[in-house]
Design a protein around this ligand. Structure first.
Ligand code: IPM
Ligand code: MG
Length: 357
């Protein structure tokens, strides 16, 4: 029996609803597979915790998380707590403290979900965006001087390091190599930004030499948005900076039909620390407590978690079940269905139990 210790942090809004759904599916999956089990510990950190304790997680939060094999994360964000507090108080300290430098965002058109692009069907859009997750525009460097005065200055400094760029590039080339098309697109803005971005281009060319079987090309981020809309079939694996990939992954989610199904993995490729898996959608306060949150992104990210833990067969099994349920039209209102979170969860559990192979 292989036992995985999972730290669940459901946090805010619909986070607890979708993480509960995800844990249910994981336990059915473990039964079905037979020789794995998940030992889940739930942490009550988040905005409610902040309102009582003045912090989003305890001071030794990272220490508490360290012994786990993976972190299963819901969402942060509350209407009455500033976003930079919820974000810099929980999610970013985990990403940065555990050096989860590769943020991996697969996007494809799930059967049963329609792309807003005319004539683009299941299979036409199948991308993985690799987002640099430890530095760049999110490095936290900058400041404000002369606050509130007419001469106030604010700086937000993007940091690109050779170590940081090389390791994300290598990760992206490796991922591209593992996919059937072996094709990577490197995104920058090296026409306007002459330093860090030109260094990205140079490092991409250097790392490319280690992967002679991977074909690669370069795009400027503005032109990339056009290519994603007009020629989605021409893309496969994509690597970009923290901010560029943040924006491109929202576009990708929208083009695939819904952000509600998009997952993300914050990975420490060296396995020194637990990696963190979460749906991309936020806390969605408008639908919190209504039981209609789409759990698909949370199931999909669980499949990424299984892959990272080396359980690729279970990961595939879970994705097959999710795709079958979506194809059967058992989907939540955000993607045009009438099913509840529980309906979708039950259907995925049934599909896992019912599969013969
Ligand atoms: C994401 C989100 C976050 C980000 C927000 C909540 C700061 O948009 O995961 O893409 O930009 O990293
Ligand atoms: Mg985003």
């Amino acid at each position: 029996m292989r036992t995985y210790k999972i730290a669940a942090i459901p946090a805010d809004g619909i986070g607890p609803e979708v993480i509960a759904a995800g844990c249910e599916v994981l336990s059915v999956l473990a039964h079905r597979v037979g020789d794995i089990e998940f030992d889940v510990t739930t942490f009550d950190w988040g905005s409610a915790y902040y309102k009582t304790h003045g912090v989003m997680m305890p001071e030794d939060g990272l220490e508490q998380l360290k012994p786990f094999d993976a972190i299963y994360f819901g969402a942060v964000g509350a209407p009455d707590v500033p976003d930079h507090i919820t974000l810099w108080g929980l999610r970013l300290p985990i990403c940065q403290g555990f050096d989860q430098y590769a943020n991996v965002r697969p996007t494809k058109i799930v059967p049963g979900v329609t792309s807003p692009l005319r004539g683009v069907e299941v299979g036409d859009l199948d991308w993985v965006i690799v987002r640099e997750n430890s530095e760049g525009e999110y490095s936290g460097h900058g400041g404000r001087a002369h606050k509130g005065m007419p001469e106030e200055v604010g700086t937000e400094v993007a940091i690109f390091t050779r170590v940081g760029v090389t390791r994300i590039m290598r990760y992206a080339f490796q991922l591209a190599q593992s996919r059937p098309r072996k094709f990577l697109t490197v995104v920058t803005k090296s026409n306007a930004q002459r330093f860090g971005m030109v260094m990205w281009d140079e490092i991409a060319a250097e790392v490319a030499r280690e992967f002679p079987d991977v074909t690669w090309d370069k795009m400027l981020v503005d032109a990339m948005t056009v290519r994603m809309v007009k020629k989605p079939q021409s893309l496969d694996t994509i690597v970009a900076t923290n901010l560029h990939a943040d924006i491109l992954s929202d576009l990708a989610g929208a083009l695939a039909g819904s952000l509600g199904v998009a997952p993300t993995a914050n990975i420490d490729p060296e396995h020194r620390f637990p990696s963190m898996f979460e749906p991309i959608h936020g806390s969605a306060f408008d639908i919190t407590g209504k039981g209609i949150a789409n759990p698909v992104a949370t199931f999909w990210t669980a499949s990424q978690m299984l892959d990272h833990l080396g359980e690729s067969e279970a990961a595939l099994r879970l994705m097959r079940a999710v795709e079958k349920v979506c194809a059967d039209g058992i989907v939540t209102p955000d993607v045009g269905g009438t099913a509840t979170t529980q309906d979708v969860t039950d259907a995925v559990c049934d599909a896992i139990r019912g599969e013969n192979a």
